[in-house]
Design a protein around this ligand. Structure first.
Ligand code: DGT
Ligand code: CA
Ligand code: CA
Ligand code: ZN
Length: 567
């Protein structure tokens, strides 16, 4: 839904500019709220393009509705563009640096002459920054870290942004006259957490028609390359997409080549050379063509089993003698991390259960937040007891699924949990997660998370680092020690499938899998559509070589309950 995302950005920028220029809190809040409404909206805002339907949405007032209509009519919001004129253009980039809010940026700008990331970096180097109010040594060191972090993620889209976009493009191209086969390749096909650009391969009887359709697709803001075999365009959110047309007879070799990784390709080519063969994007050849039509054929001719795309990173996959039975989406039978309207979720217990039934799950755990997550309306101990009763009642009422009473309990900065043991002992399942103090140093983070892993009433360590892809680095604990403790105590480590999190990340999963730790793949449901993010968690799991039996969400109801009780 590009219009929703664009409007979210526009309203967010309006709120930011108003705050930077010192406008009243009331106007700032109105736009911040409008941005949030846009991000939460589950239908395309273009379908609500009349004033009446817009006003019916909670959080949209008259002024906001007018701006939405203006955007849908003209592609821009006039007041937004006027506001942007009031600040140096580069200041919006400064605002994106994690840990720098509008108040600090206003000081940097008004008193420190900072107008963009480059001038901020300069004043960091010259020591100018230390002379400003609110800029203690700790803040400055955080800014320095954050700039480095932002620089390292620059220009890469999250998997959760790129994959739905690529799927829409594939669907669009499949409908073009002459197209016979369309598939995305590259880092996206390998399930990487961020994507530099989207690579699409096509076979068609009418290449010119396909290239022209691609260059004229909705959302294209610039055509970068318009060639005979390759086109390249930039889409509205800044993502680049490459289209390559290849012969059907060599589709497999091309797919293999453009799926990468580069390092995997190099290793395959060297292997081919040792076999007196030659491998490129057109095929594997000796004195005569050997294989080209499918990836499996090429691998087989190289004496290798089929290697799933997620493994193609030169992390040991070239030593495989057979294709490993990696976890798949359909293996998941239970969701163990879900929020309801009791804390910050959008569904009732029963609505949640119906979604889980529709997915064919045998179990869903209701795990709302604990009190120290105040922003998320965490449950006080008394509310927790009432909630447990409500969960049990729903479980009794709905025979098609087991509804477990759980909680996502905060791991406080010192490692203590946010409920006492008496309350935790009443729960069927306990997820312990860090939500605050995510900038503490590595040693403190290790001690904190180890305490949770060793706690006899904790089943799962939820989103262990608290990182947010491209926006928050999160904790940097000693992973090896955490994994060791998880194995020793039989605590599962979560892969939080939310596409902003993917936490544990792929390399962490791999280490945990090798050590024999249990893994939970959870979607951390807050809204019905979050269930669909499971696929990102599964891709991350596969990149970590996870097999279904090591993942608690794939177990039978009996095995799962036994583990939860005996842990
Ligand atoms: P990205 O886009 O940065 O997230 O990562 P990739 O892996 O999608 O890389 P990209 O888009 O530059 O190229 C797509 C694939 O094409 C890449 O994974 C491997 C292949 N490829 C591209 N250029 C080269 C090259 O110079 N050498 C080799 N061996 N493979 C290449
Ligand atoms: Ca790419
Ligand atoms: Ca590319
Ligand atoms: Zn959480």
């Amino acid at each position: 839904m590009p219009a929703n995302a664009q409007l979210e950005r526009i309203f967010r920028e309006m709120a930011a500019v108003l705050e930077l220029t010192g406008a009243s809190g009331f106007r700032v809040n109105a736009y911040a709220r409008a941005a949030r409404v846009m991000s939460d909206l589950t239908v395309d805002v273009a379908l609500l393009a009349d004033r009446k339907s817009l006003l019916a949405i909670d959080g949209i007032g008259d002024g906001t509705a007018k701006k939405i209509i203006q955007y849908l009519d003209t592609g821009a919001v006039q007041e937004h563009q006027e506001l942007l004129e009031e600040i140096p253009h580069g200041l919006l980039e400064v605002l994106k640096i994690p840990g720098l809010g509008p108040r600090s940026v206003r000081i940097l700008w008004k008193q420190g002459g900072v107008t963009d990331v480059a001038s901020l970096t300069r004043s960091l180097e010259t020591g100018e920054l230390e002379k400003l109010p609110r800029m203690g040594a700790k803040t400055i060191s955080n800014i320095r870290d954050s700039i480095a972090f932002v620089a390292s993620s620059k220009g890469r889209a999250r998997l959760g942004e790129a994959l739905p976009l690529a799927e829409r493009i594939v669907e669009f191209l499949e409908a073009v006259d002459g197209a016979t086969r369309i598939q995305y390749a590259g880092s996206l096909r390998r399930g990487c957490e961020t994507i530099g650009d989207i690579d699409i391969l096509a076979s068609t009887t009418r290449p010119g028609v396909l290239h022209r359709a691609f260059q004229g697709m909705p959302g294209v803001i610039k055509v970068l390359v318009a060639g005979e075999t390759r086109s390249s365009v930039r889409l509205e959110p800044g993502i680049q997409v490459d289209l390559r047309v290849v012969e059907p007879a060599s589709f497999g070799a091309a797919l293999l080549y453009f799926t990468g990784s580069r390092e995997h390709n190099v290793a395959l080519r060297e292997r081919a050379i040792r076999m007196k063969l030659h491998l490129n994007e057109y095929g594997l050849t000796g004195d005569e063509p050997v294989a080209a039509a499918t990836e499996a054929e090429v691998y087989a001719a190289l004496g290798l089993p089929y290697i799933p795309p997620e493994l193609r990173e030169v992390r040991g996959e070239l030593d495989l003698t057979e294709t490993p039975p990696l976890i798949e989406l359909g293996d998941i039978r239970a969701e163990l991390h879900a929020h309801t309207i009791a804390s910050d979720g959008g569904q009732t217990i029963e609505e949640l259960a119906r979604c889980a039934i529709a997915r064919g799950y045998h179990t869903i755990a209701v795990t709302d937040h604990s009190p120290s997550s105040g922003q998320a309306n965490g449950l006080s101990p008394d509310r927790l007891l009432e909630h447990i009763d409500a969960i049990k009642a729903a479980d009794a009422k709905i025979p098609e699924i087991t509804i477990l009473a759980g909680a996502e309990v905060d791991i406080l900065a010192d490692g203590h949990l946010d409920y006492d043991d008496d309350h935790l002992a009443r729960l069927d399942v306990v997820i312990a997660s860090p939500h605050s103090a995510l900038r503490q140093d590595a040693d403190a983070a290790t001690t904190r998370l180890l305490a949770a892993l060793r706690h006899p009433l904790v089943h799962v360590l939820g989103h262990p680092t608290g990182r947010l892809i491209n926006s928050r680095q999160g904790l940097q604990p000693d992973l090896a020690r955490l994994i060791e403790a998880a194995v020793e105590h039989g605590t599962a480590l979560e892969i939080n499938a939310n596409s902003r999190r993917l936490d544990l990340r792929d390399t962490h999963v791999r280490a945990a899998v090798e050590a024999g730790a249990l893994i939970a793949v959870n979607t951390d449901v807050h809204r019905a559509e979050n269930f669909d993010e499971l696929r990102y968690g599964i891709m991350t799991a596969r990149r970590g070589w996870l097999r279904p039996e090591q993942c608690v969400n794939t177990w039978s109801s009996r095995k799962l309950l036994e583990w939860l009780r005996n842990r």
